[in-house]
Design a binder for this molecule. Structure first.
Ligand SMILES: [Zn+2]
Length: 436
């Protein structure tokens, strides 16, 4: 385990350590202004507000938030490309997007002020990881429509650090740059951190990493920390809310991600009923962007499942913390009537020292009800792993029977660019992996 060294590198300490009551007042004020702006803009969200009999922002309190209407990805698709933008298009200076539907991305828009806000939020996240103006940030998130690369890029510049915009892929060149430029901060997806760590195969100058854009577990954290010799921290964001920089773990505690809730009010709700769940209980994360200009969103349902924690943190930040995302509402597999999140499988597999960290879950739909086949590989020295005992641990953790398949090294696909594919469906015909 990497030793804890407090970093005291808050980018905006006044906001990050603001007393809860004072922050709640600020949130209330900003919520009233947001509702006023949405109503004045007259778009789909104004219609939703009027349907809920909200005709003015004045008089609203923060406690009224749970009775305001929710928005979801479908609203953005229905309004594609710019129907939910609330400023004149002449004020929009950038667009980004994430995976959408029918070949079209989920598109989001930014004003100049939005980009400045985004840069500050990413600078806060880098500060959470202990980065300073003296840092060199090796940024291996993809650049482009995806928000990861350019978000962290602008944040590093805002912080005054030196950013290396290496983007994803071309791993041998990345190894050379890490060796030659001696960065202290690594930013990429956790699956790419694994890939890069395997390629680096030895000590580096990296001190901390901010890994996001995929859900990942504490077991994977331990693995990455050992492989790369750095402190592995989680960063969270989604383009609809702003991109990376919505929340990040602090170097000091690495125990939940501090949500920048002065700009993004967070709720956790029951995925089925939409009702708030108590702190500590997993629920679907819902964000209200109270200061964004081009595409402000009221109570946006993320589909991400996590719990909230408002206990004080030893880093001194008073911002609420969200747990790691434990799953997606949409990725949830239902096997024999039991809800299974792929991350729960990962937790069991990575706790097994003889197994390689790459895996693929195959939902075998040839059987009724569907069965789960978990494909993984031995490490070279992993011949002692007992299939039966791992299958039993999976069964204990998930509550359903899982078939474990150990395949020859290199069979499970690795991630070079973008997000890892962890789950595939087998409807019939050729098996999704050779040897199954
Ligand atoms: Zn903290």
């Amino acid at each position: 385990m990497t030793p804890v060294t407090p970093s005291r590198t808050m980018f905006e300490p006044d906001a990050e350590t603001m007393p809860a009551r004072q922050r709640a007042e600020l949130q209330g004020e900003r919520l009233r202004a947001l509702v006023g702006r949405l109503l004045a803009a007259g778009g789909p969200q104004a219609a939703l507000l009027r349907q809920a009999n909200v005709t003015s922002g004045a008089g609203l309190r923060l406690a009224d938030l749970p009775r305001l209407p929710m928005t979801a990805k479908q609203d953005l698709w229905d309004a594609y490309p710019f129907g939910m933008v609330t400023v004149p298009m002449s004020e929009v200076v950038a667009v980004h997007g994430s995976s959408g539907t029918g070949g079209r991305p989920t598109l989001v828009a930014y004003t100049k002020d939005d980009l400045k806000l985004w840069a500050r939020m990413c600078a806060r996240s880098l500060g959470c990881a202990g980065a300073t103006a003296a840092s060199i940030v090796h940024n291996a998130y993809g650049y482009g429509l995806f928000t990861g690369g350019l978000g962290i890029h602008q944040g590093a510049i805002e912080l005054g650090a030196t950013v290396v915009p290496v983007s994803g892929g071309m791993t041998s060149r990345q190894v050379t740059l890490v060796r030659d430029l001696r960065p202290d901060i690594l930013t990429c997806t956790p699956s790419y951190a694994l890939r890069l760590g395997e390629a680096l195969a030895g000590p580096t100058t990296l001190r901390a990493g901010l890994f996001g854009a995929e859900p990942w577990t504490d077991e994977l954290r331990a693995h990455i920390q050992e492989l790369l010799g750095l402190r592995a921290l989680d960063i969270y964001g989604l383009s609809e809310v702003i991109g990376p920089g919505v929340a990040a773990e602090c170097y000091e505690a690495a125990d939940g991600l501090h949500v920048n809730e002065d700009h993004f009010i967070v709720e956790a709700v029951d995925p089925a009923s939409g009702e708030p769940v108590p702190d500590g209980t997993p629920g679907e994360l819902v964000f209200t962007t109270v200061t964004k200009q081009a595409l402000p969103l009221l109570r946006y349902r993320t589909g991400d499942i996590a719990s909230l924690n408002r206990e004080p943190c030893r880093c001194g930040r008073t911002l609420a913390r969200m747990s790691k995302v434990i799953g997606r509402r949409d990725d949830m597999l239902v096997l024999s009537g039991v809800n299974v999140y792929p991350s729960e499988v990962e937790r069991v597999l990575l706790a097994e020292p003889g197994l390689a960290p790459d895996y693929l879950l195959v939902v075998d739909k040839r059987a009724v009800p569907s069965r789960l086949i978990c494909c993984c590989e031995f490490l070279t020295d992993g011949a002692g792993v007992l299939l039966g005992s791992v299958e039993q641990r999976l069964r204990d953790a998930l509550g359903v029977r899982v078939r474990l398949e150990i395949l020859p090294p290199g069979t499970v696909p690795r991630t070079e660019v973008g997000k890892a594919v962890r789950v595939v469906t087998w409807d019939g015909g050729e098996p999704p992996l050779p040897g199954l």
